[in-house]
Design a protein around this ligand. Structure first.
Ligand SMILES: [Mn+2]
Length: 419
């Protein structure tokens, strides 16, 4: 049995407000090719298919078209998908009767009564070509929310772990000696996350991390949520497939793709990575942050647009890394001028300062102290942290005061506002 594991497509995502439809189309077309070329029996999609719970009609159309074309071109293919934290589980499950007719199994929600969680509905039989009895079973767990979880027990307070334990018990009963594949959308302990990966940071937290030990019952565990493809805690058979498109500049050096797994005689006989050459690259200039003049010079060296770069939606996204020791109000404009004739799409400026020790000024303030800070106090704190200890120069302080007056903000807080 040949399986492709993928996750975190985030269809509908915009990158610094640039539309990514062409990139998603290119990925889905590539994936369809892989399904046929690799004679795949099962496609596992481990969540975050869409970027928002309320995807546009165009985004949903892209997904449905992919499903239909894939099952039509591969009459034996089964597709199993779970919802991630970005997806609406209910929305994903709504077309379930149609999906089932086409061998597409979507699990978005945990179904339950007041007392019981329906773990059985999360177990999907998987078939090999020309064989009517299941070759394996798949435990399909969507992203779990607090209300999905069982009550904590003595000795086990991690309710996510508890959920998986009960789910595995049920799956084991149903599948007997047949191999079990697990799917989940979560953060496993020992998974590696890029330091400044804002897109991941924002979605983690709340629910407990889980120990990958609990997946030892499964022959293979197909995880989603972390965008960097990796095995978890040294376990070859517990993996994140990784996002097929970079979701932030923190993912600059990730190698995008999907995971190919082959099972034979109830064992994994091969685990391979299929690399997807993303059609739009991330460009971070310069390699290391430099001063403004050097950076502008380097930007001007980029090749000019020509006939080979006539499609702007394929131009790379540009991040500019710049060393600043004082504010540069014209910076954005100057960068835009430097790249006016270039086949790049400006995404962001990443500023760095020579200051190393920020410990003196970046001390945390309590909520009470925070309430007492005036806009000028706040501006001074930021200035000291970013530029220098001396504080804002007099002319800027004056301008800042004028702006505040225009905006009708009092520079001196006379009393605490309680509500
Ligand atoms: Mn996620």
């Amino acid at each position: 049995m040949r399986i492709i594991h993928t996750s975190d497509w985030h269809i509908g995502q915009t990158f610094y407000s640039y539309d990514r439809t062409e990139e998603h189309k290119a990925f889905l077309e590539w994936l369809r090719g892989q399904l046929a070329e690799e004679a795949v029996d099962v496609l596992l999609i481990s969540g975050d298919i869409f970027d928002t719970p309320n995807p546009s009609a165009a985004s949903q159309g892209l997904f449905y078209e992919f499903l239909l074309q894939s099952v039509t071109a591969n009459p034996h293919l089964q597709i199993v998908a779970v919802a991630g934290n970005h997806d609406s589980g209910a929305r994903m499950e709504a077309p379930a009767p149609f999906f089932e007719h086409f061998r597409i199994h979507v699990r978005g929600l945990v179904h339950r009564t007041a007392e019981h969680i329906d773990y059985r509905s999360l177990v999907v039989p998987l078939y090999e070509k020309d064989n009517e009895s299941p070759a394996a079973y798949c435990l399909t767990v969507p992203y779990l929310r607090q209300s999905d979880l069982p009550v904590a027990e003595e000795g086990e307070t991690n309710r996510v772990a508890l959920f998986y334990r009960y789910a595995f018990d049920t799956a084991r009963e149903l599948c007997g000696e047949k191999p079990l594949i697990a799917m989940g959308h979560l953060q496993a302990v020992g998974s590696e996350l890029t330091e400044d990966d804002q897109s991941e940071r924002a979605i983690i937290g709340g629910l407990e991390c889980v120990n990958p030990q609990m997946f030892d019952e499964a022959l293979y565990t197909a995880l989603g949520h972390i965008h960097k493809a990796q095995r978890v805690s040294g376990r070859e058979q517990v993996r994140y497939a990784g996002a097929p498109l970079p979701m932030s500049f923190a993912e600059l050096n990730y190698k995008q793709g999907v995971q190919l797994i082959e099972l034979r005689n109830r064992e994994i006989v091969s685990l391979d990575r299929l690399y997807f050459d993303t059609p739009v690259k991330l460009l971070s200039i310069p390699t290391k942050p430099l001063d403004k003049v050097s950076v502008i010079e380097e930007l001007k060296l980029l090749p000019d647009r020509d006939a080979s770069t006539d499609n702007p939606s394929l131009w790379p996204y540009l991040e500019v890394k710049i060393k600043l020791n004082a504010p540069e109000p014209n910076l954005r404009f100057e960068i835009q001028q430097a790249i006016e004739s270039k086949a790049v799409r400006f995404a962001r400026i990443n500023t760095f300062s020579d200051r190393v020790d920020k410990s003196t000024t970046s001390a945390l303030v309590s909520l009470d102290e925070f309430r007492k800070l005036s806009p000028e106090d706040m501006a001074q704190r930021v200035w000291r942290e970013k530029y220098d200890e001396e504080g804002m120069p007099e002319n800027l302080r004056h301008l800042f005061g004028e702006v505040c007056t225009e905006l009708n903000i009092s520079l001196v807080k006379t009393e605490d506002h309680e509500n």
